[in-house]
Design a binder for this molecule. Structure first.
Ligand SMILES: [Fe+2]
Ligand SMILES: [Fe+2]
Length: 201
């Protein structure tokens, strides 16, 4: 192969690798940094959201819910405390139900959940569930509480911007479950704190 052809092929490959890397970074930033920031990924321009924005938002919620499913599934592995283990299983089941409801709403709007969102959510959930489990019970409970609080923020924000009654009902249903989960984690954390303080005397 002549030298110039090798340069052209090398250049095209570099452009493709760069574009793929940039897309992956945009996806990560769009989907997950926002879980731990107050900035929403869907339109927050005030007023009622249009169909396109609602579809974008629901695809984001699809990622969020899939990440929650995998997060609790992974945290639950090797947990010997039956109370904590069953709680995490129940949460994971509820998150699966949330994902199903979000998908139903996407279908109703004539759209589909994208595999890339689902897959990215699952990957995030598996990694964060595993890491927080390895860090111990308190870190696990803290991460669960934080994740639920972020889900609550996102659901509330979309609820306020959404004018579609059926979608609003689904958002409120999921929101109440997330509030219940958050309260459970808060209560559990308080118990662990109390136990630690008792041990230190
Ligand atoms: Fe959820
Ligand atoms: Fe939840």
């Amino acid at each position: 192969m002549p030298q110039w052809a090798a340069w052209i092929i090398g250049g095209i490959t570099a452009v493709f690798v760069g574009a793929a890397g940039y897309s992956a970074w945009r996806l990560w930033r769009g989907l997950f940094q926002n879980l731990f920031r107050d900035r929403p990924i869907f339109g927050d321009r005030g007023g009622t959201l249009r169909r396109g924005d609602l579809v974008t938002a629901l695809r984001f919620f699809m990622s969020l819910e899939q990440s929650q499913v995998k997060f609790y599934e992974r945290q639950r592995q090797n947990i010997t405390d039956p109370h904590l283990s069953l709680a995490l299983q129940k949460f994971s089941d509820v998150e699966q139900q949330h994902a199903h409801r979000v998908e139903q709403q996407l279908h109703r709007l004539g759209a589909e959940g994208l595999k890339v969102h689902r897959g990215a959510g699952e990957a995030w959930g598996v990694i964060s569930g595993l890491v927080t489990r390895l860090l111990g019970e308190k870190a696990m409970l803290n991460a669960g509480h934080r994740l639920e609080q972020k889900a609550i923020d996102h659901y509330l924000r979309l609820y306020r911007q959404c004018g579609d009654p059926e979608l609003k009902k689904m958002l409120m249903d999921n929101l109440i479950d997330e509030e219940t989960h958050s309260a459970w984690f808060r209560e559990k954390l308080a118990q662990v704190q109390e136990r630690e303080e008792g041990d230190s005397y």
